[in-house]
Write a new protein. Structure first.
Length: 181
């Protein structure tokens, strides 16, 4: 299958079979080849700074999970998104500064993306095609999470309203090959 040009660059193709096949932009616009995360368990999340129902709890818990598991092989990749009630209105750099200042987030926060529609970021097209949510393939809200194996494939998808980051700790432990405490 040939990749086609879209509003956000080259679109997802069936030749991209793992997350490591993608290059994304950091919050300053620099290319980041996701192959640098080979061998890590990844939690990919679409984030928003002004989502009154979920921002505080999700950023706090993501920060907690990252601190607990980063030295054991977990990476959290956050992608700001403004598609849900304009709850990420600022720039990509402002989104990163907010998360790092208010929540002491140490995980990478990338460039703003679209997670639905004709200009969906290729990475999110891949993630959504790998695991549909309970209401179909679309991302329904901020803080939808995708857990990926060390091999770069989606293991599980978590809805914002169904699962908080702390509730997926067991799945993270299992993906990392850690036993229960």
């Amino acid at each position: 299958m040939t990749a086609s040009k879209g509003g956000m660059g080259i679109s997802y193709s069936s030749q991209q079979t793992t997350i490591y096949d993608f290059t994304v932009k950091d919050n300053k616009g620099n290319d980041v080849n996701l192959g640098i995360y080979k061998g890590k368990v990844l939690l990919v999340v679409n984030v928003a700074s002004h989502c009154s129902g979920f921002t505080d709890s999700n950023y706090a818990l993501l920060t907690q999970l990252y601190k607990e598991f980063k030295d054991k092989g977990l990476e959290i990749l956050a992608f700001p998104c403004n598609q849900f009630l304009n709850q990420e209105p600022g720039s990509s750099q402002e989104a990163a500064q907010y998360a790092c200042t208010r929540f002491q987030a140490e995980f990478p926060i990338f460039q703003k993306v679209k997670v639905n529609g004709k200009d969906t970021a290729p990475l999110f097209s891949f993630l959504k095609s790998s695991k549909h949510g309970i209401w179909g393939p679309s991302v329904k809200w901020n803080f939808t999470k995708f857990l990926l194996s060390k091999e770069g494939r989606v293991i599980k998808r978590y809805s914002t309203t169904v699962t908080s980051p702390s509730a997926i700790e067991g799945d993270i432990r299992k993906a990392l090959g850690l036993g229960e405490d």
